[in-house]
Design a protein around this ligand. Structure first.
Ligand code: PMP
Length: 410
């Protein structure tokens, strides 16, 4: 293992948390650097999910018996916690499977009534496929056009250019808060103000921001916000769509079934108010409980402390990797927890395979962002992303692994 430069240690140390012991899924000596794909889980979250099944389990919103009534209270308490966590109201929180489903919900429910032939939807080059494909599908269905805002040379969304591209025909701007490839952070309040001034709605893909920064829907000023529980230290299969109350209440249901209705006859259905109108079927009860536990855990640690921890590790990672000959870093200096890189012209899969042999887990591939890969002139990158449990040792292990990659490939 390479010794860390002392100066880097001194910069990083005061802001670092020591939480590795809370993650039973991360054994000592394994550098898990793929939180941007999915976060490892703190014991508190694992225990809460186990308790939900082993002690408290029952359905919600239906049962008259006490266990079900208590579980319903817990379920709705989780909705309250999510709302507090993002500075919103509980009736604006829709539980979905994840960010992908949240965006599809907006595209399929809000989309057809609000975006028509000749209208425009504005995205950016760095979007994840889940913030491209639902809009392409909607555009094809209604005859709308997709516009794509460029990036700056650094790898930020070019906000000047994006704002200039919002026309009166633009019904929606849909962009990532934090890029899952470059870690670049968009200035959402600025973009929201510009969208509002031109009558366009703003959807923010907050999948990579929700685990990394303090969120306040009022301050952001957007209209829709989507994120996944599993990147926020919670379980898979649960996520959140936040939508401004007046917009959400006016949106038609997108899936039909139990729990989302008021009255059903064969001739006519009346629907429940939002958010239940958008939650057809038995929900992911234990997932919602697990998400609540994850939010409690994050709040206990403190989101600002997590943000500072990740910023210190990211700065260290940029310094360490940037000092290795032949390593090319992508994205801006001030990237949030995520760093894509290339090692000469060695294929990222080979880089990740050799790193795996040294006990370092990074992602290699197109990261569900093929248009961005084309923009960068590559087919894939290697990507390291940091999380609450990581330490400077993990970064040192990554740097040492990359030296091994260089030795193997000469
Ligand atoms: N958007 C971004 C920026 C992401 O990083 C991801 C997950 N990689 C998604 C959307 C989709 O999230 P999920 O697969 O949890 O629905």
């Amino acid at each position: 293992m390479t010794a860390l430069p002392l100066a880097a240690h001194r910069v990083a140390a005061p802001r670092l948390l020591d939480l590795a012991g809370e993650f039973p899924g991360v054994p000592e000596g394994w550098a898990y650097l793929d939180a941007a794909a999915t976060a490892q889980k703190p014991k508190a979250v694992i225990d809460a999910i186990a308790r939900a099944y082993a002690q408290d389990y029952a359905t919600v919103h239906r049962g008259v018996y006490q266990r079900s009534a208590r579980m319903t209270e817990r379920f709705e308490a989780a909705r309250d916690a999510v709302a507090r966590f993002i500075g919103a109201r509980a009736d604006e929180i829709v539980f979905v499977r994840g960010a992908t489903e949240a965006i599809n919900l907006v595209a399929q429910s809000w989309g057809p009534g609000q975006v028509g032939a000749g209208d425009r939807i504005l995205l950016s080059v760095l979007e994840h496929h889940s913030n491209i494909v639902p809009w392409r599908m909607l555009a094809d269905r209604v005859g709308a056009t997709i516009d794509v805002a460029p990036l700056t040379a650094e790898g930020q969304i070019d906000e000047e250019a994006l704002i200039a591209m919002i026309t009166p025909a633009t019904k929606l701007v849909a962009i990532a808060h934090v890029s899952n490839v470059l870690g670049s952070v968009a200035d959402i309040p600025r973009i929201a103000a510009a969208a509002r001034a031109r009558g366009a709605k703003l959807l923010v893909d907050g999948c990579q921001a929700a685990p990394r920064m303090v969120l306040d829907m009022g301050a952001l000023g957007c209209d829709f916000y989507a994120f996944s529980g599993h990147k926020l230290y919670g379980p898979t299969g649960i996520g959140v769509l936040w939508a401004r109350s007046d917009i959400l209440q006016a949106m038609p249901p997108w899936q039909g079934g139990g729990a989302m209705i008021e009255e059903v006859t064969f001739e006519r259905i009346s629907y429940a108010a939002a958010p239940l109108r958008f939650e057809a079927g038995t929900p992911h009860i234990a997932g919602v409980i697990g998400l609540h536990a994850a939010i409690d855990w994050v709040e206990q640690v403190g989101m600002s402390a997590l943000e500072a921890h990740e910023a210190a590790l990211t700065a260290l990672m940029r310094a360490e990797l940037g000092a290795i000959p032949g390593v090319r870093l992508f994205g801006p200096e001030a990237s949030a927890g995520i760093l894509s890189f290339a090692v000469g012209d060695i294929h990222p899969h080979d880089v990740a395979t050799i790193l795996d042999e040294t006990g370092v887990a990074v992602r290699a591939g197109h990261h569900c962002a093929q248009p961005l890969m084309r923009h960068l002139g590559v087919t894939a990158t290697a990507r390291a992303s940091v999380s609450a449990h990581n330490s400077p040792d993990d970064i040192a292990r990554l740097a040492a692994g990359l030296q091994k990659v260089r030795r193997i490939f000469g």
